[in-house]
Ligand binder design. Structure first.
Ligand code: FNR
Length: 392
C-alpha cells in the first residue's frame, strides 16, 4: 500500500524534511541569560533522535526585553550562538532538521515561569528582584494584558525601527548557528499579534489603523529577515488565525484578515504559514474543540490556493495520535476524511506541528510510523530494540 502523506518528504526551498511532523516551539523557562543549556540539548535531542523531521526551538527573543520570562531563550548577542549550535549539530547528526522561532513577547514580557505563579498559568509580573524588567515592557499601545501583567509602554517609531534591526541581527546569528529554517512568532498575543489587532493597537501613526498599517511591522520584519538569510533557506511565520474576540462586536483580528495576510506572504518570501489561534486578550472566547485550529488551517489553505498562491500550511493543536496526524495532511483520494469526520474530505495542511504529545512521548513519531506501517530514521545504536512485529 502507498506511504501515507504524513510519512512522505516535504520540500521547502532547498530544505527537505523526511516526514510531515515538526516539534512545535515550546518555552522551557530554563535558559541562562538567554543561553540554552544541557536541559535543552537532552529535551530537543530526545525528540530529534526519534524520527521527527523538524524540531523548532522555543520562542527566542531578539532583545532582552522581549523574553516572556527571565529564563527564556535569546539571540540578541553572539555568545548565545554556540549553545544553540551545539544542539543544532546534534540534530543534524541524527539526520534531522532544526528551526528556531524568533520572537518578541511585547506586553506579555517580564512574567515569571508558570511554575512560579499561583495558578500554574502565565502572567504574573516578574519584578526587578526576580530578574524581570517591568518598567521596560513594549507594546503598540500602553494597554495591559490583564491586572497581573506589567504596564507596557507605547513603542516609539525608533523603538520599532530598532526592533526590525534586532530581528535581522538575530536571524543572521541563527544562520551562523546552523539552523535550517526560521519561524517568526506572530501568534499568541505577543508583540506582532498586538500590532495586528485593532483591539491592542490604537496607534494613529503608520503602524496603526488600517490593515496595511497594522501589518506593517510584521511585513517589515519579514523583509528584513528574508534579506539576511540565504535564498535557499525557507522562512516560516506563525499567526493566531483569530483572537476569538468576535463576540465583542468590536473590530478584532479574525480569519478574514488572516486570509488577507496569508495571500501576501508568498510574495514576501514566506514559505509556510503555521496556523495557531488565540492569546491576545484575557477576555477571548475560544471555541475549544480538537479540530478547531486544524479547520482554521484548512480554511486558510483553501483560500490561498483558490487565489493561485503557493504557500504551505502548518496545522497545530491537540494532535496526539497517528491517525489524526495522517488525516490532516493526507492528499489524493486514499482514505481522505476530516479529523472528526464531519467537515468534508479535505487536506487541511502540509505539515503537522505537535507540542504537548512530544512532552509525554518523545517517540511519538516512531510509534506513529509503526502504527501506519512505515520506517523512519532512528539511531543506529538503538537497532536491537526495533519494534517487534505486530506490536502496537
Ligand atoms: C507552548 N506553545 C508555544 N507556542 C509558540 O509559538 N512558541 C512557544 O515558545 C510556545 N511555548 C509553549 C510551551 C509549552 C510548555 C506548551 C505546552 C506550549 C504552544 C505550542 O507550540 C502549541 O501551539 C500548543 O501547545 C498546541 O499544540 P498541542 O500541545 O496541542 O500539540
Amino acid at each position: 500500500s502507498k506511504t501515507p502523506t504524513v510519512f512522505t518528504p516535504l520540500k521547502l526551498r532547498s530544505l527537505t524534511l523526511q516526514n510531515r511532523f515538526a516539534v512545535s516551539p515550546m518555552c522551557m523557562y530554563s535558559a541562562d541569560d538567554g543561553h540554552l543549556t544541557d536541559f535543552h540539548l537532552v529535551h530537543l535531542g530526545a525528540m530529534a533522535m526519534r524520527g521527527v523531521a523538524l524540531t523548532i526551538f522555543e520562542a527566542t527573543s531578539v532583545t532582552p526585553n522581549g523574553r516572556i520570562s527571565p529564563e527564556d531563550s535569546g539571540l540578541w548577542t553572539d555568545s548565545q550562538i554556540a549553545p544553540l549550535k551545539r544542539i543544532v549539530d546534534f540534530i543534524h547528526s541524527q539526520g534531522q532538521k532544526a528551526g528556531i522561532q524568533l520572537a518578541h513577547a511585547g506586553r506579555k514580557a517580564s512574567t515569571v515561569a508558570p511554575w512560579h505563579t499561583q495558578n500554574r498559568g502565565q502572567g504574573e509580573t516578574a519584578t526587578a528582584a526576580q530578574g524581570g524588567w517591568p518598567d521596560n515592557v513594549w507594546a503598540p499601545s500602553a494597554i495591559k494584558f490583564s491586572p497581573k501583567f506589567p504596564q507596557p509602554k507605547e513603542m516609539t517609531v525608533s523603538d520599532i525601527e530598532g526592533l526590525v534591526d534586532s530581528f535581522a541581527k538575530a536571524a543572521s546569528r541563527a544562520v551562523s548557528a546552523g539552523f535550517d529554517t526560521i519561524e517568526i512568532h506572530a501568534a499568541h498575543g505577543y508583540l506582532f499579534t498586538e500590532f495586528l489587532s485593532p483591539i491592542t493597537n490604537k496607534r494613529t501613526d503608520q503602524y496603526g489603523g488600517s490593515f496595511e498599517n497594522r501589518t506593517r511591522l510584521l511585513v517589515d520584519v519579514i523583509k528584513a529577515t528574508r534579506a539576511v538569510i540565504p535564498e535557499t533557506m525557507p522562512l516560516l511565520v506563525r499567526i493566531s488565525a483569530t483572537e476569538w474576540m468576535e463576540w465583542t462586536g468590536e473590530e478584532s483580528w479574525d480569519l478574514a484578515q488572516s486570509i488577507r495576510l496569508a495571500k501576501l506572504l508568498p510574495d514576501l518570501g514566506v514559505d509556510l504559514l503555521d496556523v495557531s489561534s488565540a492569546g491576545n486578550n484575557a477576555e477571548q472566547r475560544m471555541q475549544i474543540t480538537p479540530t478547531v485550529q486544524i479547520d482554521l488551517a484548512g480554511e486558510i489553505r483553501d483560500a490561498v490556493r483558490a487565489a493561485g498562491k503557493t504557500l504551505l500550511i502548518g496545522a497545530v493543536g491537540f494532535v496526539n495520535t497517528a491517525e489524526i496526524a495522517r488525516r490532516i495532511v493526507q492528499t489524493g483520494d486514499e482514505g481522505l476524511v476530516d479529523v472528526d469526520g464531519e467537515h468534508g474530505q479535505k487536506t487541511k495542511a502540509d505539515l503537522v506541528l505537535v507540542a504537548r504529545q512530544f512532552l509525554k512521548e518523545p517517540e511519538f513519531v516512531l510509534r506513529a510510523a509503526h502504527q501506519l506501517g512505515v520506517e523512519v530514521k532512528w539511531p543506529l545504536q538503538y537497532g536491537r530494540a526495533a519494534w517487534a512485529k505486530g506490536e502496537k
